[in-house]
Ligand binder design. Sequence first.
Ligand code: PMP
Length: 381
Amino acid sequence: MSRLGTESAFEVLARARALEAQGREIIHLEIGEPDFETPAHIVEAGVKALQDGYTHYGPTPGLPELRQAVARNSREVRGIDTNWEQVVVTPGAKPIMFYVIMALAEAGVEVIYPNPGFPIYESMIEFCGAKAVPMRLLEDRAYHPDLTQLPGMVNERTRLLIVNSPENPCGSAFTADELETIANVVRSHPDMYVMSDEIYKDILYSGEHHSIAALPGMAERTIILDGFSKSYAMTGWRLGYGIMPEELVPHVSRLATNSVSCAASFSQIAGVAALDGPQDAVQEMAAEFGRRRRLIADGLASIPGINCPEPEGAFYAFPSIRDTGLSSADFEERAMQEAGVALLSGAAFGEFGEGYVRLSYANSQENISRALESLDAMVRG
Ligand code: PMP
């Protein structure tokens, strides 16, 4: 258990709520959750599903109608020939991460993962006894890695490489060329899989989303992780999925049977409505995130000692705060106590996150502006 990490967003949120209970006002830029309501037609489909009796257990890998909708959607948006039996539906996409790492990682095996990156990757790799090999994202490259290093990081023990694009916490997104470079390295190691976390694929500020699974020879060794939390503002419905090579489906399903049994049936029916229905709300939310991105990037740039590469996707800014003279942990603490802003220390996203903080801009422009003013006053002292 001592090797199992955590996700600090939930802990900082709890601390912020405790201060709020004492009457303090806190602006929440810690949790990675869209502040929009789930689009009405999806809510209606969920309510109708409850009335129609979708209140029981379903098959472990998901209701066939949702697995088929996911396969259709993936063929459309990624151009990959996906069979619905490759889809495993889970309560949120997080279990897919857990199961895939559990299925592939063990002592003696190495897993490459982005750092700074989503903390659960490193936590799970180490929990399984495997060696976590960081792929460093570099501030001076707008948080892209130096891929010339990748061939030297892979060896015969490397079982899995995790890519996350658009990325949490850095907000970077791989170009098609970068994915091709990664795929070339993976192709030369036949025992290696890729887990491609595409949960932020609909929140991208320029260009199109590219999936590494769409490149020649890659679908048969890539597990795509995606879900409904971010694209459709459905975090509380707990609905996500993995699209994986068929040989992994029984293993991942068995881990699901051993843990969650299945995702909520009515959530799955709402998921069908989300994928098959109008996508205007997805685009409107992404456009609003784009306006907030501009606001937060400009605002952070005007605070002394702070540098913030422009986010390319997702809804996180990851500025360096090193030149303010504060550590990440002190910045997190003082932001909460003095500025009334809940944000996260970059150190919670891996060793290369020290010197940075993460701000989620899934909050209103008004709150973001107020948070920036308070942070500016805090740093200027
Ligand atoms: N991957 C990344 C990179 C995330 O940031 C998150 C949510 N914070 C998830 C996966 C999982 O989201 P969910 O379980 O809500 O689908």
